[in-house]
Write a protein that binds this ligand. Structure first.
Ligand SMILES: Cc1cc2nc3c(=O)[nH]c(=O)nc-3n(C[C@H](O)[C@H](O)[C@H](O)COP(=O)(O)OP(=O)(O)OC[C@H]3O[C@@H](n4cnc5c(N)ncnc54)[C@H](O)[C@@H]3O)c2cc1C
Length: 486
């Protein structure tokens, strides 16, 4: 019998698991996919938001800044990659100044102390590549970018190192409430028992709640498509560049990623399904809107499109609460800024658990630290890399040419307490396959290293090839955009 079972290993579930691992509690984290971080946490804008955009009247408004403030310490402990580059909300019309002031005032209510409204010259000084028609901007100095899947992986690795039991490929399909505990059933009818259960199932969080006979909210999946450009392309922006927010969200952003790519997107389309295809017409629209922020985006640098799916709740807010079923806690509908808020969501859930009777005694063996798998680096020139690519099996052998990932890095990623069984699992942890050729060169080489570690054959396919998801390819989108804009 576990004290606590967490259903869903995204940013929220892993954050809660890691927070609970500080205490003398037995905790299980259960995830239906083959890795942690496979839902919204894998595919989003990766922004550690300022915390001024969501109304103070909402839970998400109150939690965002509380979460953001923890990222420095978390990154020092867990080394997932976080850079406080700041953000700008750009106003191209004088009439939008009043909306910026509203955001500023809302930010103050949410506790922020690092907001400033900038004029045209100040903006151009900070961001020389921005459309010079810009009139005003809201600057948040402490906002930043992180690597979201590295974040969840780091939290999960540290939670596991501190005693949390992680079950992958395990989909909870039914939950039975007994007098003082829960029995959870997976797809194979295996059972897991716990005194408390926490629903962190993202887009499926309404369905998981229904398993205990409740129906307090529903989720509408809302997709957002992105375009990602090659490493180095992020240099055209120094900060995260937002346009004015709309009813559907924060609008199209232009931003460097933590590793120096340029990301543009997302749009927002409500769905009946969790469709993760990308579409030429939507990408064209994103590209055109992003070009209003800066005309320095070079479509020839495009390497990948992808879709993230937001879990939009019928309450239009995070659903973080105790329920009518004692011991069952909802943590659903965590749409943006859920990544940023996740440390504060974990704090809130621990409070709720305490109210429900869970006892917290410090675990003297808790170790908050986790070493990085990779760090940001300047790539070496080709003549230095070529001999390392040709090496026989060796820790120094360079496996991925574009991102210069060594064999030892891949082996390290596989020996951290979380089974890594797919080439995508290696890609998320090491960046092998994230470069210009998108794994064309390294995929088989990664598989060879994995097979040597695991001692059995590994499927060489990327997840996308088994998923039925259709993504617009490089040539297709470049041709489509050229034909529509020329
Ligand atoms: C397009 C987009 C852009 C965003 N941009 C940002 C941003 O820039 N900054 C920010 O702060 N936030 C952003 N967000 C929000 C952020 O990504 C989410 O709030 C956060 O990732 C939610 O984490 P989660 O753990 O609740 O959900 P998820 O990451 O979706 O995790 C839920 C997990 O539960 C698992 N699961 C579901 N059902 C079951 C079951 N029955 N049994 C076992 N496991 C189950 C799923 O497989 C999944 O892994 C964005 C979201 C999207 C979609």
């Amino acid at each position: 019998m576990y004290d606590i079972i967490i259903i869903g290993a995204g940013a929220v579930g892993t954050s809660i698991a890691r927070s609970l691992s500080r205490y003398q509690l037995s905790v299980a984290l259960i995830e239906r996919e083959n890795d942690v971080s496979m839902g919204a946490t894998k595919a989003n804008s990766a922004i550690v938001h300022g915390g001024f955009a969501e109304s103070h009247s909402k839970v998400k408004g109150r939690l965002c800044y509380k979460g953001r403030k923890q990222f420095d310490r978390l990154n020092q402990e867990l080394n997932f990659g976080f850079d406080k580059i700041g953000s700008l909300v750009l106003a191209f019309e004088d009439e939008q100044l009043s909306k910026l002031k509203e955001l500023y005032e809302n930010g103050l209510k949410n506790g922020l102390d690092d907001l400033e409204i900038l004029n045209h010259d100040q903006i151009m000084n900070l961001e020389p590549n921005v459309n010079p028609e810009v009139k005003h901007a809201l600057y948040c100095k402490g906002a930043g970018v992180c690597c979201p899947f590295s974040y969840a992986i780091a939290l999960a690795e540290n939670a596991v190192a501190n005693g949390v039991k992680l079950y992958l490929n395990t989909e909870i399909s039914a939950i039975k409430k007994e007098a003082d505990h829960f029995i959870l059933y997976d797809q194979h009818q295996n059972t897991y028992q716990s005194k408390f259960a926490i629903n962190c199932a993202g887009v499926q969080s309404d369905q998981v709640e229904q398993m205990v006979g409740l129906n307090t909210f529903t989720i509408t999946p809302r997709s957002g498509e992105y375009m990602l450009m090659v490493r180095g392309s992020g240099k055209i922006a120094n900060t995260v560049l937002f346009q004015m927010p709309t009813k559907m969200g924060k609008g199209i952003l232009v931003s460097p990623t933590y590793y120096g790519n340029l990301i543009i997107g997302p749009d927002a389309v409500n769905l009946n399904t969790g469709d993760k295809d990308t579409h030429t017409d939507r990408l064209l629209n994103i590209y055109q809107q992003a070009r209003h922020t800066t005309d320095k985006i070079n479509i020839k640098q495009f390497i990948r499109s992808f879709t993230g799916v937001r879990a939009v709740s019928s309450t239009d807010d995070f659903v973080i609460e105790k329920t009518a079923v004692k011991g069952f806690i909802n943590c659903g509908g965590i749409q943006s800024p859920g990544l940023t808020s996740s440390p504060a969501i974990a704090d809130m859930v621990l409070d709720l658990l305490e109210q429900e009777g869970c006892q917290f005694n410090d675990d003297p063996n808790f170790d908050p630290h986790r070493k990085p798998i990779i760090e940001r680096k300047t790539l070496l020139p080709p003549h230095e890399i070529e001999p390392l690519i040709e090496l026989e099996s060796s820790p120094e052998k360079v496996i991925c040419r574009c991102e210069q990932v060594a064999q030892a890095t891949i082996v390290d990623a596989m020996n951290r307490g979380i089974p890594v069984t797919t080439v995508d699992g290696i890609k998320r942890r090491t960046r092998a396959g994230m470069g210009w050729c998108q794994g064309g060169f390294c995929r088989e080489r990664v598989v060879t290293v994995m097979e040597n570690v695991l001692g059995h054959p590994v499927d060489p396919g990327f997840d996308i090839e088994h998923s039925g998801i259709n993504r617009v390819g490089k040539n297709e989108i470049v041709d489509y955009i050229k034909s529509h804009l020329e």
